[in-house]
Design a protein around this ligand. Structure first.
Ligand SMILES: [Zn+2]
Ligand SMILES: [Zn+2]
Length: 275
């Protein structure tokens, strides 16, 4: 029975990509849409889990090849899909989807993307992707966006909206709108450092955020002049002050297959000058 084969494939870790199986899920889904809605819905979810797992492995290769923005978009896409599915479906633990979501968030943390543009808008009119009915926030067609109807995901297409403003935000509703500067480029040192230490997409790793002394304060002596140049003794000047510290991220790889280098790394900022 194909169902068992799919569930077995989804339970495998490390992920084994089976293109033929995906094709047959796709074909069966097309059939089931006509004849068996319950089966169609089930196949739709299983197909998503297969795609999520495949995409997760692809992202690792993208990052190894320094395709940072492509990888970022894929990360956001999988993240959105998983969060949406969790609303309507209890995902079996054994598919490792929660694990993937956790690692998506960890990888995102290593990106220098901290600012995003965000649109403030008023939606005036939308069209239901299932029945084609034009709806507005006050009038619904009965289909709910994010639900699956007979093997088809319901989405709403916005057909009329009023744009109110554009803002720069740190926690965007959608992570696609990364803020870019014309004369600077993003600094991917932190992400590169992480990727250099990882051998494959299944390696378990974690990180710790720390505060450590800035280089100039690292070897300051209590009774010697303060590195800030005040001519006061360090202990009476900058000692213990917050501005002498800077953020570090320490990467911990569970069973490293290769040497990570100096395990404590310093972020050199989010941007560098364009070459
Ligand atoms: Zn509808
Ligand atoms: Zn000082």
């Amino acid at each position: 029975m194909m169902m068992d084969t799919i569930v077995n494939n989804l339970s495998e870790w490390p992920i084994r990509i089976d293109v033929e199986l995906l094709k047959s899920v796709q074909n069966n889904l097309v059939q089931a849409k006509i004849s068996n809605c319950t089966l169609a819905n089930e196949l739709w979810y299983l197909k998503q889990f297969m795609l999520i797992r495949m995409q997760y492995v692809k992202i690792f290769d993208m990052l190894k090849n320094k395709q940072y923005s492509e990888a970022w978009e894929s990360l956001a896409k999988i993240e959105n899909t998983i969060i949406m599915i969790k609303d309507t479906f209890e995902i079996p633990q054994i598919y490792h989807i929660d694990y993937i979501l956790e690692y998506i968030h960890k990888i995102q943390k290593f990106y220098p993307y901290k600012f995003f543009t965000s649109r403030e808008e008023i939606i005036k009119e939308m069209k239901c992707g299932i029945c084609g009915t034009v709806v507005n926030p006050a009038k619904s067609c009965g289909h709910e966006a994010g639900r699956v109807y007979c093997g088809v995901l319901c989405t709403y297409e916005i057909t009329k909206l009023d744009l109110i403003s554009l803002a720069i935000v740190e926690n965007p509703y959608d992570k696609y709108a990364v803020l870019k500067l014309s004369d600077k480029e993003h600094n991917y040192d932190l992400l590169d450092f992480l990727m250099n230490g990882l051998s494959d997409a299944y390696e378990e790793w974690d990180y710790m955020e720390k505060q450590v002394p800035k280089p100039e304060f690292k070897s300051a002596f209590m009774n010697k002049p303060c590195p800030c140049g005040s001519n006061k003794k360090y202990k009476h000047c900058c000692y213990g002050k917050e501005y002498t510290l800077m953020p570090h991220i320490e990467v911990i790889i569970k069973n490293p297959k290769k040497k990570l280098g100096d395990n404590i790394i310093i972020s050199n900022g989010l941007w560098k000058d364009k070459e």
